[in-house]
Design a protein around this ligand. Structure first.
Ligand code: PMP
Length: 290
């Protein structure tokens, strides 16, 4: 990603893409004192931009630092960065991290940095609409007493990358992660939903991100009078569902065709929500939350 034309907004100015560098003794790199957002723009407008900016600020607070500037300023920067990219449909990555003044577990006085990069990113999964195959991850989402699960923090992605790599090595697109109790949690970068007898079931987000796309999918389902059941889901239940999909800003709504040995068909409800989501993000219908 580093060797290309373009600009990245970094600490107050646009820097040529290849020169947007940081020092190797950056605290965020050594100790994962770093938070980020993944957002998508459609037709020149970032979907749910403000909620992403607010979450970035909140993630920083949870990691005991203040993301530079205000949410409003971040909104302006993201708009400028999108405009400068010349892209209408794009992925937007806003991120903030502790700098390099002090090296050690303690880094109380390190400068906090902020950057925004924008690039073209097509579907998160190849052949997305055919439905993706998931395997089971060996790593579990940590107990909220063990890690600050509400933050979109770099450190929480260590087990996601490990799980995703292991899945890809075996030919799967992604992995289903359980939580520390053994309950169904989410994929490595997206929340999960299941259909049974016309109702959508989704795990209670008590130790992983309550994704912005997840919340949107719930609103879209409610608008279609589909019952939503947010609850504890056990892995033994996986064969009792008929459809399954995952949700995330990058993944959007992606049908799942299997988890391990269990197969699903990307059916009518999943397809309807994929269409609704596409209509919504592309401004063809009004937001059900608004
Ligand atoms: N869980 C994880 C681990 C994620 O990385 C993401 C993507 N940010 C999500 C869930 C979904 O969050 P959102 O819909 O806000 O993108």
């Amino acid at each position: 990603y580093h060797d290309r034309d373009g600009y990245i907004w970094m600490d107050g100015e646009f820097v040529p893409w290849r020169e947007a560098n940081i020092h190797v003794l950056t605290h965020g790199l050594h100790y994962a004192s770093s938070v980020f957002e993944g957002e998508r723009a459609y037709g020149g407008k970032i979907f749910e931009s403000r909620r992403h900016s607010q979450r970035l600020h909140r993630s920083g607070e949870i990691l005991d630092f203040k993301v530079p500037g205000t949410v409003d300023e971040l909104e302006d920067v993201k708009k400028e960065a999108l405009a400068k990219s010349g892209l209408e449909n794009a992925y937007v990555r806003a991120f903030s991290w502790r700098g390099s003044e002090m090296m050690g577990v303690s880094a109380q006085n390190n400068t906090i940095h902020l950057a925004v990069a924008v690039w073209a990113w097509g579907d998160y999964f190849a052949d997305k609409m055919k439905g993706i195959a998931l395997t089971h991850a060996k790593w579990r989402r940590p107990d909220p007493k063990t890690a600050p699960c509400e933050a979109k923090a770099a450190g929480l992605y260590m087990i996601c990358t490990l799980s995703k790599h292991a899945a890809e090595r075996e030919g799967f697109a992604d992995a289903l992660m359980l939580d520390w109790r053994g309950h169904v949690a989410e994929a490595t970068g997206a929340n999960i939903f299941f259909l049974r007898d016309g109702a959508l079931h989704t795990p209670t987000p008590d130790c992983f991100l309550n994704g912005i796309t997840r919340q949107t999918a719930i609103k879209l389902a409610e608008a279609r009078n589909i019952e939503i059941v947010e609850r504890t889901i056990l892995p033994e239940e996986l064969p009792t569902f008929s459809e399954c999909f995952i949700t995330g800003s990058a993944a959007e709504i992606t049908p799942v065709r299997s988890i391990g040995e269990v197969e699903y068909k990307p059916g009518a409800v999943t397809e309807a929500l994929v269409t609704d989501y596409s209509d919504l993000v592309n401004g063809r219908v009004k937001h059900p939350v608004a």
